[in-house]
Design a protein around this ligand. Sequence first.
Ligand SMILES: *Cc1c(COP(=O)(O)O)cnc(C)c1O
Length: 288
Amino acid sequence: MHPISPISKINIDGREFFIKRDETIDPYLSGNKYRKLYTLLQTPKENFTTIISYGGTQSNAMLALAAICKSKAWEFIYYTKKISPIIKAQEYGNYYESCSLGMQTIEIEYDLYKEYISGLRLGLDEKTLLIDQGGADVMAKEGLRVLADELREQFKDEKFLGIKAVATPSGTGTTALYLALTLPEYIVYTTPCIGSVTYLREQMQALHSIPKNLIILEPKRKYHFAKLYDEFFEMYKKVKEAGVEFDLLYAPSMWLSLLENTKESVVYIHSGGLSGNRSMLARYKRKR
Ligand SMILES: *Cc1c(COP(=O)(O)O)cnc(C)c1O
């Protein structure tokens, strides 16, 4: 059992926000990856010998899986497109850390990737588990239920009396969806950081129908995932100066949407991802 992560208060643009500090849970297995992979973390070692997954080489889900597999002595095989020489040479970042934790990577040619990945689930033995990209799996629900229970307990404190909404950014939407389903008495705000609102809704609906308390805020302009934007960097700095560091891929867009579209006091569920900041900050520095 991990200790219950605390809730801190910060001020941004004269508004009060609370932050559920899930990024403090563990350096590798932090934020929503801890929540989404909670069930796997509770799984006895003996159940599996091998975990297979796939996706990008800077992925936070990849690092979280590498950490779990190391702790369980499971083999971790990760399929990805050709890895860039820059990433291979870096001695920091999610790819480097995951390799140090024992991850084995298999690089697939760009043209064959899609077909190869859809073939992965065929013919797996019962000791091998395939986890879809980003941990988008129904098994994530239990970990989000644990988070919802934790929040409900913490919200009994009178300083949270006026709280009616929480917020967390979306990639696959797995976190926001299951949080909304397990915390129906609160509004859950999210925003798509990968693709459009339509794409996010499709991803969510593949897991479960979208409940009424889940509100998807549309970004003011179209952002491409992992691209550099001045307003993202400014937002990152502003929140960091207010007292809490967030990631540079998801959080800036969520904060921009919240400041733009909401007026009430909101509890932001920190989704982690700080392990990627060193390489993102280096990219921003090069751009300047
Ligand atoms: C993975 C991730 C997300 C997106 O989570 P989903 O459940 O895929 O929507 C958001 N923020 C951070 C920092 C992440 O690592």
